[in-house]
Design a protein around this ligand. Sequence first.
Ligand SMILES: Nc1nc2c(ncn2[C@@H]2O[C@H](COP(=O)(O)OP(=O)(O)OP(=O)(O)O)[C@@H](O)[C@H]2O)c(=O)[nH]1
Ligand SMILES: [Mg+2]
Length: 296
Amino acid sequence: MMKAGFVSLVGLPNAGKSTLVNALIGEKVGIVSPKPQTTRKRVIGIYNEPNMQACFVDSPGYIEATTELNTFLREELKGIIKDGDMLIAVLNLDARKLEDLVALADLASKSGKKWFALITKMDMDKDLRSERLRVELQKYNVPIVNVCAVRKAEKLREQVLPLVREMLPESPAPLFNNDSYTTQNVRDLIAEIVREKCFETLHQEVPYGVAVKVVKFDETGKLPRIHTEILVSRESFVPMVLGAQGRRIKHIGTEARKECERIMGKKIYLETHVKVKKDWTKNAQMMKELGYVINE
Ligand SMILES: Nc1nc2c(ncn2[C@@H]2O[C@H](COP(=O)(O)OP(=O)(O)OP(=O)(O)O)[C@@H](O)[C@H]2O)c(=O)[nH]1
Ligand SMILES: [Mg+2]
């Protein structure tokens, strides 16, 4: 019997959720950075086997809302729990407080869905944290696996996929075409990769005020020409994105182009421009235009 469904990953910001999805799928589905709150929109990575289709839903980490963008992130997470056929609580050992991880397990447990606990960043375990966490998790009576997402993807799959197979519902057919590994289109992926390079290159509050939009995608010439806009929420962020003599934006563009070329399997021409979109993170309408739509 075929099993298919949505596997929602819930975890704190920076827990390593996107890293996990990428490793499980074996392709870049979502962007990754050492900074929290990198993922903003729901991203689906599709794992196909002859008798199983697991659609892993990567999401923003759980946070208390303060700004409009944070409200969006929190709503996204609620929606992801609701829409999941099952959940994986991603519990990262480098979290600030053990209680936050237990709170997440509680959230998963209260959802009433099937779920299991995945303790990640095992390579960062200290003071027997994983042991203490295991004790705390016993009351939920769910399977617990310990993983390290930045090493051996094969081992990770062996640990995670059997549990997923067990918990997914039966389905007469796969939910998506089984020849694709993500629901994201190329435009979205390119915008996300440019944003990833901004997260890597920019610091403090600047990356959080950045959104990226593909404004033109022209495939008529020899090389696809892709124009992107890096939208910043404040005028004062412009020089930070540009850098001295425009070196920083050049670096962002070059790194993004190389990665896009690798994924698309061809050479491209990638242009990046900085534009001010004042206070977009505080404005629901502007956020909507940028694709941050709250799913009701
Ligand atoms: N040492 C170690 N680092 C990891 C592991 N998994 C992920 N990381 C790192 O943790 C950081 C955050 O990873 P992400 O995958 O972006 O985390 P996320 O949960 O998607 O974060 P948000 O999207 O911001 O909520 C990155 O620097 C990863 O390289 C792991 O198992 N061990
Ligand atoms: Mg992420």
